[in-house]
Design a protein around this ligand. Structure first.
Ligand SMILES: Nc1ncnc2c1ncn2[C@@H]1O[C@H](COP(=O)(O)OP(=O)(O)O)[C@@H](O)[C@H]1O
Ligand SMILES: [Mg+2]
Length: 507
């Protein structure tokens, strides 16, 4: 027998002997709780514990070892601290934390370890996966190829996203961050994309609003909600995005496209800071522990477009970060900006001016999705963005009451109509056809003859009007390359008709 085989056989025998040893009663590693409080416990007497190992307390609840000292181990509690006190026995499990995964979770609301929160029975799991998993290797990835349409014109036209991308949604409290994510989920009702909404430390009322909106407007049976509310154990809140990611990876590894919204990572960072400070780990910048960048990058690195050999699925991540008074250069938001493939910046000033979604086009960028944008929209949108930026600069200038000539006034009037088509109420995603039609309407000057306050009814009536007067436009898809001259002509005709009918109703 060649030496290598012999060795392997020997190792195999040794392994099976070790298995027997581990199972033998009386040889379990037992430690004791030294201190406990606020979601963490310090344990002594378990020197072999590994990082991220699951510990079980004699009360039956679990803890996760996140800090290994020479004498003691810092662990976060994954449940209530009831019954855990100094002296409580603790056992190492040799396992990492796992979460149930599978189709049975779709249409459900659960926590990070799969406990149902919707009053239903425990979801039927097809398997369980570790919550922490290595990110797909470079060779197992493919380029982001297909668009992930949000249904929001301002994003799909100017900051397009691709399947497998990581795009940060960043902005102050109450600027519509969650709303952008929810609209994106709702827009997947006409696709095959599986949507996962992970909430960390979000108020129950906000979470309920999200679930309710998806139930009313989205494909609820293809969505999954993983909730770590502010009143759940901080350890479970901390675990929430990792568990949600594993639940998504299960589908992505079967070749499906998955969208993962993480609402939000600033709360997640705060929970981690709290746990770390309680475990007396040395604080760094803004009192966050030194590995705060690493814990977020190893999470977001798991978003990927998989290669054809790996089934070609994708996991798109839309993490959310909350800023304080627009400070995107605070520690956690800048970290996240540098980890992701771009950011959508929601501007409080725009929000208060009632420009919603309040996307600041100048400060937002998508570094990957541009290549995936539906070609028929791409051609139209390029100059739109330029015209819009130009108008914004001009508008600032004219705010000082400067006298403007006729041409400048026209440019400004036109720009206001661009801005008007970029506004959009919640829960009203636009199809590609509607988006193309709106851009054509503004670029061909059809909206210039319409009072500004008629742009909203124009958009609202668009789908029905086009279905009746230019149904080919409504059938435009990702694969269509250009608007043929004939279609363009018919579209302009139909749009002019719609504008005319709205103007008449006024008169
Ligand atoms: N496009 C929109 N049109 C109208 N209202 C909106 C729009 N986007 C957000 N809102 C409203 O603004 C409020 C704040 O939005 P939310 O998404 O909860 O903000 P954030 O997540 O940034 O704190 C909500 O009441 C929401 O309904
Ligand atoms: Mg929110």
């Amino acid at each position: 027998m060649p030496l290598a085989d012999e060795l392997r056989a020997w190792i195999g025998r040794a392994d099976s002997r070790l298995d027997g040893l581990a199972a033998a009663p009386g040889l379990e590693r037992i430690g004791r709780v030294l201190r406990v409080g606020d979601g963490v416990a310090t344990v002594g007497g378990l020197p072999e514990t590994r990082l991220d190992e699951l510990l079980v307390f004699e009360t039956g609840s679990f803890g996760l070892a996140i800090d290994l000292g020479e004498e003691e181990i810092g662990c976060i509690l994954l449940g209530e601290a009831d019954g855990i006190a100094a002296g409580t026995a603790v056992r190492g499990t040799g396992e990492v934390a796992r979460t149930p995964v599978g189709h049975g979770l779709l249409g459900r609301v659960v926590d990070a370890v799969g406990t149902p929160l919707d009053g239903g029975p425990a979801p039927a799991a097809e398997a369980s996966l570790p919550v922490e998993r290595p990110a797909p290797a470079i060779v197992d990835r493919a380029l982001v190829q297909r668009p992930l349409a949000t249904g929001l014109l301002v994003i799909d036209a100017m900051i397009p996203l691709g399947r497998g991308q990581r795009e940060l949604i960043v902005g102050d409290r109450g600027t519509g961050k969650t709303a952008v994510a929810v609209d994106t989920i709702i827009n997947q009702r006409d696709t095959e994309v599986i949507c996962i909404y992970a909430a960390i430390g979000q108020k129950s009322s906000s979470v309920n609003n999200v679930i309710d909106a998806v139930r009313r407007f989205g494909a609820f049976e293809r969505c999954l909600f993983v909730i770590g509310g502010p009143d759940t154990a901080p350890g479970l809140q901390w675990l929430t995005p990792y568990a949600a990611c594993s639940m998504g990876e299960y589908f992505a590894e079967q070749g499906k496209d998955v969208l993962l919204v993480i609402d939000d990572l600033t709360k997640h960072a705060a929970v981690y800071r709290q746990l770390s400070l309680l475990l007396r780990r040395p604080p760094g910048r803004e009192a966050y522990p030194g590995d705060i960048f690493y814990i977020h990058s190893r999470l977001l690195e798991r978003a990927a477009k998989l290669s054809p050999e790996k089934g070609g699925g994708s996991l798109t991540a839309l993490p959310i970060a909350e800023t304080q008074s627009g400070n995107i250069s605070a520690y956690v938001p800048t970290n996240l900006i540098s980890i992701t493939d771009g950011q959508i910046y929601l501007d409080p000033r725009l929000f208060y001016e009632d420009q919603k979604p309040a996307v600041n086009v100048g400060l937002s960028v998508s570094r990957v999705g541009g290549k995936t944008q539906a070609p028929v929209l791409k051609g139209l949108a390029e100059s739109l963005r330029l015209d819009y930026q130009q108008f914004l600069e001009l508008e600032v200038f004219t705010r000082f009451g400067t006298m403007v000539d006729e041409r400048t006034r026209k440019t400004i009037d036109h720009g206001r109509r661009i801005r008007a088509i970029l506004a959009q109420p919640q829960f009203t995603p636009l199809s590609l056809g509607e988006q193309v039609a709106l851009v054509v309407a503004v670029k061909d000057g059809i909206l210039d003859g319409l009072p500004l306050d008629r742009v909203e009814p124009f958009r609202a009536g668009l789908a029905a009007w086009l279905s009746a007067h230019c149904p080919e436009a409504m059938r435009l898809g990702e694969a269509d390359h250009t608007l043929s001259e004939a279609l363009h002509r018919r579209l302009v005709e139909a749009l002019t008709g719609l504008a005319g009918s709205l103007a008449e109703r006024d008169g």
